[in-house]
Design a protein around this ligand. Sequence first.
Ligand SMILES: [Zn+2]
Length: 125
Amino acid sequence: MAEPEPEEPKSFGNISDRHWSRARAGTNEEALRYYRERSHAPGVEEGGGPRNFYCMHCDGVIPSDPPLERCPHCDGEISGVARRYFNWVELDQPAKSDFRSLLPFALGGLIALALIAFVIVRLLA
Ligand SMILES: [Zn+2]
């Protein structure tokens, strides 16, 4: 017969040493240091706007509206479809037009339709 698990002490009253905030003390120092540094990046320390993203070059906050071509902090170029948010990167920009890559297929289809029409007209004539 299995021994019953010793009952965990209830989590109320003073925080014991088993509480996660104390049990994990000293772990993940590298991540904590990174986020502490991020809290002082340009535009972050002052508080950001309602919708913004981060510069890929200087970690500064860039407002989404109005759309900018260059970073207001380091003048780095904002390009591509990827935007860096607080702890993820998102491909949230609309892709550029597919017209040029689809043009050969469209032209091929038009030529095939013209050939079919030509053959039908020749057979019915
Ligand atoms: Zn920047």
